[in-house]
Design a protein around this ligand. Structure first.
Ligand SMILES: N[C@@H](CCC(=O)N[C@@H](CS)C(=O)NCC(=O)O)C(=O)O
Length: 218
């Protein structure tokens, strides 16, 4: 089996897929794509041939002859392909819908607003300074986390949904990492913080952490 993940150490979408791969216990080759150096390697032709959206991650499964973008689609694919271990999406319809909704609170309504190309456009087209662009990203994270913290108060256990790690935790932990990077005061979110801490004690999450990637700090 040959699995490849093209990603960037502190890309939260790449981080999600790394966590899922580790939870599934499958080996993969990690291929760094530097989002800043050389004008951003995500814009270079050898990468855009694989992923014309010019974003990371990209996942390649040679055995199944598939090249996938979109971290959520990749993770659902992994969950189905490696369905013997660590199910990330519950089998029951109502639980499955709740897990997906929380995951999408992050993947659809928070992360895109703080993406590199959005912050670059704010700086280039609307003359925001770096610190103003960071404040923008932090503001959208806070708005998202305000709702998620309230939601978790009605359902959380050790993880977002009781005692099983799900797709929601896989999305939450990278977003918490990103929130700290943008200066969000995490003591405002005790439940989110506690769940992230519980996840971060697991080997799959530790190995997926940005600081533990070969391209960290590059
Ligand atoms: N919805 C996509 C988001 C992908 C995405 O936004 N990737 C970011 C890193 S987290 C990226 O490649 N940014 C490069 C850029 O903005 O130029 C997914 O979940 O895979």
């Amino acid at each position: 089996m040959s699995l490849k993940l093209y990603g960037y150490w502190r890309s939260t979408a790449s981080y999600r897929v790394r966590i899922a791969l580790n939870l599934k216990g499958v080996d993969y080759e990690y291929i760094p794509v530097h989002l800043v150096n050389n004008g951003g390697e995500q814009h270079q032709q050898d990468y855009t041939q694989l992923n014309p959206t010019k974003l990371v991650p990209t996942f390649v499964d040679d055995q199944e002859d598939i090249i996938l973008n979109q971290s959520m689609a990749i993770i659902e694919y992994l969950d189905e392909r490696f369905n013997q271990t660590s199910p990330l999406i519950p089998s029951h319809a109502t639980e499955r819908a709740r897990v997906r909704a929380l995951a999408q609170d992050i993947a659809c309504d928070i992360q895109p607003l703080g993406n590199l190309r959005v912050l670059n456009a704010l700086k280039t087209n609307y003359q925001l300074t770096q610190s103003e662009a960071f404040a923008w990203a932090a503001d959208w994270i806070r708005r998202g986390f305000d709702g998620i913290e309230k939601r978790l108060a009605t359902q959380a256990g050790k993880y977002c949904f009781d005692f099983d790690v799900t797709l929601a935790d896989v999305c939450l932990v990278p977003q918490v990492y990103n929130a700290k990077r943008f200066g969000v005061e995490m003591s405002d979110y005790p439940l989110i913080s506690k769940i992230a801490q519980n996840c971060n004690e697991l080997d799959a999450f530790i190995r997926a952490h940005p600081d533990n990637q070969p391209d960290a700090d590059s």
